[in-house]
Ligand binder design. Structure first.
Ligand code: CA
Length: 238
């Protein structure tokens, strides 16, 4: 495995939803070998719980699941403003064209027919992640002269590394991945802290204040804007 590939993949959180244990285990092993962080569950219900707790970068979702089906889960997620950006690769045992069209119509980003090679799935994951623009080849996110390296947990402005705490780093990572949009405190809590943790909304304000203070040392406190009555926005245009 090349270093480059390692760097690209290692900070991605993949949620696998598959009720067949043998396939689930195979996916955990194959994706893990490619340095992806894998969480695997057996049902859509468990997937929803997991998503509420942890920010995922991509969902590998089996079409046929007991309870809420994979297709139904994909449809719900793509209609939920919290999750509609989450890329989904659907897995199916049937290779019918009608299924493929249906899967893509509800918003799945890609589709694979069983049996498939783990190698191909990894390639598809990579392609979907690239298309989503979430990560570039090196894994770094850059906006203007600000560069965030998730692997090294490093944030720099004009080549100078900032002293930043893990929470502020995560906030910045969320903002830089989702620029120019206004996010409520509740949304930021869900995305950065996770839904299962009970934290008061004003905690967000405290961390935003700290982050702005750090950015102010580089004359860039304007990057994070308060939108009165709504929340915060990260934007280089001001
Ligand atoms: Ca199944």
């Amino acid at each position: 495995m090349s270093l480059r590939k390692h760097k690209f993949m290692s900070n991605l959180n993949i949620l696998v939803v598959e009720d067949e244990e043998a396939i689930r285990e195979m996916l955990i092993m194959a994706l893990g070998q490619n340095q992806l962080n894998v969480t695997a569950v057996a049902s859509a219900e468990e997937a929803l719980k997991t998503l509420a707790d942890k920010t995922m970068d991509l969902l590998v979702l089996d079409w046929m699941l007991p309870g809420i089906s994979g297709v139904e889960l994909a449809r719900r997620l793509k209609n939920d403003p919290h999750y509609k950006q989450l890329p989904i690769i659907l897995l199916t045992a049937r290779g019918e064209e009608a299924d493929k069209i249906r899967g893509l119509e509800i918003g799945a980003d890609d589709y694979m027919t069983k049996p498939f090679s783990p190698k191909e799935l990894v390639a598809r994951i990579k392609a979907v992640m690239r298309r989503s623009g979430k990560l570039n080849e090196s894994g770094q996110i850059s906006v203007d002269s600000i560069v965030l390296d998730p692997e090294q947990h490093r944030l720099s402005i004009d080549g100078k590394t900032l002293e930043i705490s893990p929470t502020e780093f995560k906030l910045m990572q969320f903002f830089m991945s989702n620029p120019d949009k206004v996010y409520s405190r509740t949304h930021l809590l869900d995305q950065v802290w996770g839904r299962s943790v009970y934290i008061e909304e004003r905690t967000v304000d405290v961390h935003i204040r700290r982050l702005r203070k750090i950015l102010a040392e580089y004359g860039r406190e304007d990057l994070i804007q308060t939108v009165r009555g709504f929340g915060y926005r990260f934007s280089i245009t001001g």
